[in-house]
Design a protein around this ligand. Structure first.
Ligand SMILES: *[C@@H]1O[C@H](CO)[C@@H](O)[C@H](O)[C@H]1NC(C)=O
Ligand SMILES: *[C@@H]1O[C@H](CO)[C@@H](O)[C@H](O)[C@H]1NC(C)=O
Ligand SMILES: [Zn+2]
Length: 347
């Protein structure tokens, strides 16, 4: 499960954050509006057949420490040959004994010292009775990250304009293992991978700037979870990153009004509502280290959540396509990419 944080604890967390004097970071986002650029990022880059081929091998049983999980790791890495890839392998004790976990970290340009992290978990929950493939939880979020990396590769290589305030930014993808509890969600039986990585990165210097820890090199931690069914609706969870969430809402509305979404899912995916409660998930160990978070998780949870029906047949590929189109525009705005320039557009 992804437990809801009790309201009083959430309040204490907020107090602790303000007591640490964490200020809102300065971010400047682009707002891309040229039709040729929007058409390129949405329709031109949309290819459901390729996406399904990428996704299929992820929608399998992939419990941490099993051969299925290992195969998924290899599949993920095979899509990241143009990225700087690291693995973080460790053992931890679970209610069923010691298991091995592996996080995969892919950085577009490790020489850049400010990272925008996009994260998902690739393990599936252990179900003693029945075959649980956890399509929305989180095969689709990981698939969307791989697809986004592939589709934006050329734009990322060309980068922002020389004098852009984004010239110090790079994307870092985290494929986290062991998000799911083996039994019941507790502090020690859940989010194995993110707990391990956040702890490690709180002490480890960043390769691009040794006076920063790897945790401090993260400008924001954007976590995707529970995405892919037709009832996916994503509210805002954190005010510290509200301009990022608002860019997603604005991007969705703009693309829909101009006809750049599929038109087959009426949405909205990003409904503009503010969620009052926190949801415990892979962002928690990073949040507790002072990292700004954007939590892109469907709330309420999809109706198939932790049911055997969270499978391929219950995915809504129009919704996933729309989500991916909006997400590509958002990432382009965030990293000041230049989809207007013709360099990448021609086949
Ligand atoms: C985890 O434990 C297993 C069994 O003892 C061992 O073979 C493996 O090398 C360990 N992995 C790590 C990363 O320490
Ligand atoms: C490295 O990080 C420190 C601390 O944030 C900063 O003052 C310094 O300018 C950075 N150096 C480079 C080369 O970016
Ligand atoms: Zn789950």
């Amino acid at each position: 499960m992804k437990a809801f944080i009790p309201f009083d604890l959430l309040f204490l967390l907020c107090l602790a954050t303000s007591a640490l004097g964490i200020e809102n970071k300065k971010r400047s986002l682009r707002w891309i509006t040229k039709d040729a650029a929007l058409s390129y990022l949405t329709r031109d880059m949309s290819n459901l057949e390729e996406f399904k081929a990428l996704l299929r091998p992820l929608v399998v049983e992939r419990v941490s420490g099993t051969a299925g999980n290992k195969a998924v790791q290899e599949h993920i890495k095979s899509y990241l040959s143009n990225w700087h890839v690291e693995t973080d392998t460790f053992n931890d004790t679970t209610p069923y004994g010691v298991k091995e976990f592996t996080n995969i970290i892919a950085t577009f340009d490790p020489s850049k010292s400010t990272k925008i992290v996009l994260a998902c978990h690739f393990d599936s929950k252990y179900f003693p009775r029945g075959k649980f493939v956890a399509a929305s939880d989180s095969a689709v979020p990981c698939g969307v990250l791989l697809e986004t990396a592939r589709q934006l590769q050329c734009l990322l290589e060309k980068g922002p304009k020389e004098k852009s305030s984004a010239s110090d930014l790079t994307l870092q993808l985290l494929f986290l293992d062991g998000e799911e509890a083996f039994k019941d969600w507790t502090a020690t039986d859940s989010i194995y991978g993110s707990r391990h990585l956040a702890k490690r990165w709180a002490a480890e210097p960043d390769p691009a700037n040794s006076s920063l820890t790897r945790i401090k090199s993260i400008r924001e931690f954007i976590l995707l979870d529970l995405i892919g069914t037709s009832d996916t609706t994503i509210p805002q969870h954190f005010t510290s990153t509200s301009e990022l969430y608002e860019n997603l809402v604005k991007a969705e509305n703009y693309l829909r009004s101009k006809g750049y979404l599929t038109g087959k899912h009426l949405g909205p995916v990003f409904n503009g509502q503010k969620s009052w409660g926190g949801i415990e998930d892979d962002h928690m160990p990073f949040l507790n280290q002072g990292v700004d978070v954007v939590h892109l998780i469907s709330s309420p949870f999809p109706s198939v959540w932790h049911q055997l029906t969270d499978d391929w047949d219950h995915l809504d590929f129009n919704l996933i396509d729309d989500f991916s189109r909006i997400f590509r525009l958002f990432i382009s705005n965030l990293l000041h990419l230049q989809p207007e320039s013709r360099g990448c557009r021609k086949k």
